[in-house]
Design a protein around this ligand. Sequence first.
Ligand code: GTP
Ligand code: NA
Ligand code: MG
Length: 280
Amino acid sequence: DEAADLKPRPPVVAIMGHVDHGKTSLLDALRGTDVIAGEAGGITQHIGAYQVTPKGGGTITFLDTPGHEAFTDMRMRGANVTDIVILVVAADDGLMPQTIEAIKHTKAAGVPMIVAINKMDKAGADPTTIRTRLLEHEVIVEAMSGDVQDVEISALKKEGLDKLIEAINLQAELLELKANPDRDAEATVIEAKLDKGRGPVATVLVNRGTLKRGDIFVVGSESGKVRALVDEHGKQVKTAGPSKPVEVLGLSGAPMAGDMLAVVEDEGRAREVAEYRAAA
Ligand code: GTP
Ligand code: NA
Ligand code: MG
């Protein structure tokens, strides 16, 4: 892509942290939804992808990730497809094993971090100890004279959320995120499943270009033609541009999370690439 073709795109922000520190609650507070109420045992078991457009600000793409120790691969993937990580730490619980794991994935992916100290409404909230303990993991927050932004919040009481959005916007500005929307799409599979009614379905995040209904594509060792694009509200959309999370229908089979989807010129070419990859 030529520099002149690049247009600003929304930041992709992954919410990471230890189990039950309030990642989904934070997203619910930002979106005005109640996803956590629909989760089995209140445990997130997949990566959710949502767009939020806060009052007076630009659109932000959020990825929710699970904090349960069983889902290391999803946390790693979350850190790898994102521009910014929000590390959620419960103020009454402090740094826990998956907090530290999330820091490692974030550093390995070279992604900037914002620390959100959540549950500040709780009696045992101790943000100072958290800031100090973060030093041991080479995360130096602004309050400790470092350059990692830290924000105290309560997802439950919806407090500190404006400050968090401000911190995200500031970090996003520094990154100058851009992509060319006017080309064949390339997207990353966040998750995929075989749906009883709809067949193979992949949730993808568009990296560049614009994905359209009718586009022919390869993804991993599968291929297909976009039959429908479905947004996070279950609504069909005709196109999905950079940073947009969308469900893709019309696949030959379910790809793997992390696979790249690429639009190609025709079905013959799509089958050829997919067969070559399947044999490799
Ligand atoms: P996993 O996805 O399973 O890792 O959990 P999570 O990090 O998404 O946490 P979740 O949103 O499921 O919240 C866990 C519990 O903490 C729930 O009972 C929430 O109601 C509670 N909670 C979340 N945020 C706050 C907060 O700011 N204050 C208080 N008091 N409770 C909170
Ligand atoms: Na939970
Ligand atoms: Mg959750």
